[in-house]
Design a protein around this ligand. Sequence first.
Ligand code: AMP
Length: 428
Amino acid sequence: MKTAFDRLNIKPFLLNAMTEQGFKKPTDIQERVVPGILNGQDIIGQSQTGSGKTLAFLLPVLSKIDPERNEIQAVITAPTRELAQQIFDEYEKLVPYFPEDQQVRAKTVVGGTDRKRMADRLKNAPHLIIGTPGRIKDLVKNEGISIFSATTLIVDEADQMLDMGFIEDVDQVASRMANEIQMLVFSATIPEKLQPFLKKYMNNPRHVHVSPEHVTAKEIKHVLIPLKHRDKKKTLIEVAKAYNPYLCLIFVNTKRTADEVAEAMLAEGLNVERIHGDVPPRERKSIMKRVQKAEFQYVVATDLAARGIDIKGISHIINFELPTDLDYYIHRTGRTGRAGMSGIAATIYEPSDQLAIQKLQSRNIHFVQEELKNGEWVEAQVRVKKAAVPKGKSGVSLSKPKKVKPGYKKKIAEEKRKIEKRQNRNKR
Ligand code: AMP
């Protein structure tokens, strides 16, 4: 039977895998990058987790690998070990469909594993390695693992690599690969600072942009919830309890807040865990495993710890606070509503969030405002700080960005500076 995947020209056993996994048609990003990757083009895929981007590069890369050549042919780099593991998990789901004579071997190369042992493991050359750039660089430099045979490099979550200072490592990995490489870069955003790296390695790349509206995340309801108590954690706990979610990710901006929020929730008897950069890697790994098994109902996370992680069945996201960089709003809310499921992305907001919310609205995010009254969700009565709205209006609906009179621009600029100052202070 022909399926919408046929036109992608990937290997027949991979087509079979798609059908067997119940995927009816390629996602936008898959449709738009797979043919180019198969043709050897350099591609910048601007899309986010949830768009089906992992298969968008895995399917063509696995199709191109020659299983008869016992050498590393492609390298996939990801900013965190969790993300690398996740890509490997997607690969593993395809393994049962590989015919006997077309077994493509992949191995993970991430920190936390004994270096020598890993090097031994890699002596039985895999065709594909998936790992964090620092670790791959390490192995190549110190343990004599050769990636000179590899002609395809995938950089996943490139903007996060940049944020975490890993681009240098990716650069080193790239420089140890074949002279002519095909480079595929995936990133939710393409910051200016990434350009020198892209220019260095990419040859006339095709830029494919899939906007958030087109990701597999179909139904995300963006909810604004006004802060009711002086103690924000109290509002959060009320909201969290009222949702009674299957699995809820709660986003905070700092590690300290993550600990505080998780403790407050624990004290209320909620089933909660937290993940952030200070949680030791081994513990993070075991927490992630337990999260995947839905052992917790709530997970409090900072952005860097949670980005790119595809946890199945996240029904709710709560922004305890808005991120300083609003791109992260998109990353955070993209964690729910995966693959056609609906999800709720709630933000507890204060009047000082007004500007940020308007910016998000201008990026086509449609908010509804709700609050809890006697345990029921009702439309919120919003009150916004006077300084941020035209004179004579005590309250303003946040559902449409308002035009602001010129005299207020100064006040808003002041307000904005204050907010930024406060947020910078809170920054990790
Ligand atoms: P990713 O953007 O790679 O994190 O993928 C998000 C989720 O979408 C994963 O759980 C995939 O299994 C799923 N997915 C990938 N491709 C498709 C597709 N063509 N149709 C439906 N779901 C898909």
